[in-house]
Design a binder for this molecule. Structure first.
Ligand code: MN
Length: 508
């Protein structure tokens, strides 16, 4: 059971000062009072949930004010008091920074039904847009991390939820939360999210996977220990400073499950369920260790992956190799430095640990498009020396000029700020743009030039008989796509006329 004493013990161990601990205490009392009389679906007193979230955040070495926001994260919605009253009270007692975090966590509840996931055509694009929308709404790395901690805790209550809601939470976790955690390089959190959702969403499959892994582990444990001992001796003979450990991926059931689906449920075809991990002192020692392993056993072709010289898009660094090991078995080795290891486990949050230990900073790695932006934020945080400065630089402004609006079916369309229903219509289809005559935004009729806002549900009214777009729309549309289509459409009567003028038979 999560307790305030436990939270305090963690904070004291991290040498937080009295003022910080007092603030946490104050937040606890505030939340306890606010949630009073609100039941949790699982039946436990409500305060246990925010407390568990706060403990998680503290264990992740989050700064105390993030822990405070974690304690307060549900106070606006899960109370019998009016929302506005609680909002004002939060701002007065805890200041703008903490109140803003709580506000954003509250706003990040935007996917409504699981049906949308299934009904929408081009579901990949839809999900990608949802991910962008998630980042845009959060707008602050700390908010995303609070949301992750909240979600991991909520997954524990999944069992008692009605089927429809359970499905939505599981899908959202697997398709939205976990991939974002992955892109932020937070491997540990990703595993907790995925396995937490998997266990409850597909309990039978989860049981099957865990049984298969369990059997396999019993079979291989002794074997891998012997191999580890051999490697240890050979590495120290070669003068390589390293620690070797057996990393049994017994907890990452979801990724094993996805592989099993591809391999007809034949667990023997998955080689990397258990890997031996070597933590070497530095990069040259990583390559030296690889050399030693390959001198003992032959590597499997195509299975040597050097993510140190070429990191994965999410920044993951390590060398992987699978070898033909003793007694005809395959064994995967993962070789990395301590810094790489921490980064792989904790991703963007790893810097908080470094900040405390004053250790070396990991080298920033290469990412792609908006993921690239996340990384530059990550780097910016790492490059800043003062702790307070970090907090100022947590803002994620990648989508600051963008808005995300919904179609009536729940699809998400990304548009520039101040875009209108006409931009929206053209973003979906030219025909929709060309025939639009009006718009319904959040169930209210509005003129076509009304600027849209993030979260709006937009329906376009059409008149099939409409000849084409109006050049007046050029005065207010914001997207280049709409502008081009309007110009094209507006001049089409002239084109038709010109076509008539071209003498027949000259087509060739
Ligand atoms: Mn919560």
């Amino acid at each position: 059971m999560p307790t305030l004493e436990k939270l305090n013990a963690i904070l004291k161990e991290q040498k937080r000062d009295d003022q910080e601990i007092a603030l946490v205490r104050h937040a606890y009392d505030f939340a306890d009072t606010i949630h009073h009389g609100v039941p949790r679906v699982s039946g436990v007193p409500y305060i246990e949930h925010p407390l568990a979230v706060a403990i998680r955040l503290a264990l992740m070495h989050m700064p105390p004010r993030v822990v405070v926001a974690g304690l307060l994260h549900d106070t606006v919605e899960d109370t019998t008091r009016p929302q506005e009253e609680v909002r004002a009270e939060l701002r007065k007692q805890f200041g703008d920074d903490i109140a803003d975090m709580v506000d954003r966590v509250t706003k990040l509840r935007f996917t409504k039904n699981a049906n949308a996931w299934i009904r929408i055509e081009g579901v990949d694009r839809y999900i990608e847009n949802l991910r962008k929308m998630f980042i845009a709404f959060a707008n602050d790395l700390r908010v995303i991390i609070i949301k992750f901690a909240d979600r991991i805790e909520n997954l524990k209550d999944l069992e008692v939820l009605p089927h429809e809601k359970k499905l939505r939470v599981a899908l959202e976790t697997l398709e939205l939360y976990a991939p974002i955690a992955n892109r932020l390089g937070m491997g540990q959190i990703r595993v907790e999210l995925e396995d937490g959702a998997f266990r409850h969403a597909l309990p039978n499959e989860y049981a099957q996977v865990s049984e298969l892994i369990g059997d396999k582990y019993k079979h291989r444990e002794g074997y891998l220990e012997r191999i580890a001992a051999t490697v240890n001796t050979r590495l120290s003979e070669a003068g390589i400073k390293s620690i070797i450990s057996l990393q049994a991926r017994t907890k990452h059931y979801y990724s094993v499950y996805k592989k099993l689906l591809r391999y007809d449920w034949d667990i023997n075809r998955i080689w990397d369920i258990f890997a031996l991990r070597i933590i070497a002192e530095d990069i040259p020692n990583c390559y030296a260790a690889l050399g030693v392993i390959h001198s003992i056993w032959k590597p499997v072709k195509g299975r040597i992956k050097d993510y140190i010289s070429q990191p994965k898009p999410n920044g993951y660094r390590s060398i992987h190799t699978t070898v033909f090991c003793d007694d005809g078995e395959f064994v995967e080795f993962q070789i990395r430095t301590k810094e790489m290891h921490e980064e792989a486990e904790y991703g963007v949050t790893a810097h908080w640990r470094y900040d405390e230990k004053k250790g070396t900073t990991p080298v920033p790695s290469k990412h792609i498009d908006w993921v690239q932006e996340l990384v530059s934020i990550h780097k910016e945080i790492q490059d800043n020396k003062s702790f307070l400065e970090h907090l100022e630089h947590m803002k994620i402004d990648i989508f600051k000029d963008r808005i995300f609006v919904h179609t009536p079916k729940g699809d998400v369309i990304e548009l520039p700020e101040n875009a209108t229903a006409v931009d929206f219509a053209y973003a979906i289809h030219s025909d929709l743009g060309n025939t639009c005559v009006g718009a319904v935004v959040n169930e209210k009729n509005v003129p076509l030039d009304t600027p849209l806002h993030s979260g709006d549900v937009v329906k376009v009214l059409v008149d099939k008989k409409r000849k084409g777009p109006s050049s007046d729309w050029l005065k207010f549309v914001k997207t280049r796509h709409a502008r081009e289509k309007i110009k094209e459409g507006a001049k089409s009567p002239l084109l038709d006329f010109l076509k008539l003028m071209v003498p027949k038979g000259r087509k060739k």
